[in-house]
Write a new protein. Sequence first.
Length: 433
Amino acid sequence: MPDHSLAIVAIVKNEGPYLLEWLAFHRAVGVEQFFIYDNASDDGSTELLAGLHRLGVVTHIPFPTPPDTAPQLAAYTDAMDHFADRATWFAFIDADEFLTPADPTQSVVGILSGMGREVGAVVINWAIYGSSEQRDGAAGLVIERFTHRADADFPVNLHYKSVVRGRAFRAVQANPHHFKLRFGYRSVHIDGAPLDRRSPSGLSAALHWSPLRLNHFVIKSRAEFEKKKIARGRAMIGGAARTLRFFKSHDRNDVADPIDQRLVAMTRCGIAELKADLQTHQVPVETIDLDHAVLGLVPTDPLESPALSPRYGRHLGRGSIMRLVLLEGTIEASGWVIAADGREIRQLQLVLDGLRLPTLEIDWHSRPEPLRISPTAPPRSGFRIISAFPDRTPEQLAGSTLWAEIDEGDFAIRLIKRLAWPPTALATARGRE
């Protein structure tokens, strides 16, 4: 075994559309082995993993849920019982999590090689990525489609996952984030600082995103969340499914922070190589191309989508309010909107809890989001609108609803934003467009 080698241990269920990308990405950043526990997938993942196993790319372990046991922790224990001598380090992550170096030219193995021999585990904080305002399933890589993440101060980012030295592993704990180590070993943050964790276990006291973080594409699009994530339940809590409340609370698109294009290019090349090798080994095309399964997925309830019609039976469009700023008696809303019939939109008005606000200024410009939804979207589909705003205290604003509305007889769109923050917090968004 090399002095420093890295394996991933993961348990998956119905992750077929995303597996080749996830594997190719991690191979590009230096992961050499994958121990994949298959929790009774029925979307083609099992057949795909079996083909990858024959190629030697992964070790595929069928792993139906043990009776009265959360399968994730049982899988981790099994992996270390059987494979602990196969690599130096083992990253215990999920198929929607990507080990991402701050410097894309640096490998994860290279980062870990700098850890002292007394380091038994390295913890890596999440960077939560939202839906990038995408409702439907679409073609393309996850790391290209979802480019907006939560602010660094979003508390969920303080969760971490662990990379454990094989010889230091003693046991799993109550959750999949933190592990018990053998005597004489310690846990550190990815920058080498001593682990400073909060209660409950699996949360750090401060955020450490350099030289490595864990980009967590936890929800993807609204349709993929409903049709893929909710449907398969959770590996930690037997039978417990996430809800739309989870989606809304994690749909944070505060900062544009796309993956470096060098990693994207290496991932694309890696996927092409894997597909070619699978074809050479007579794996059926329908098994290789599971990524097409997300095409055409749409949310179950259109009234929960970002663009709502104030009346039934009229033409709809799509859009989102992505930034709000309250300042000196005005409110500034920025976002994008497109009509389903392709017409150019130039009329927009803000409405607060049913009160129409006088428009002071409106600007139309280009944004990338509309073109990801529709290649024929008008080039100037982004908006910035400034309206007079009634004098209200933060307490009065809490729970209020702001609309950006178009209402033209046979055509109507209503983009809704709940005001969950005080004006002082909203004002900090200025300048980050």
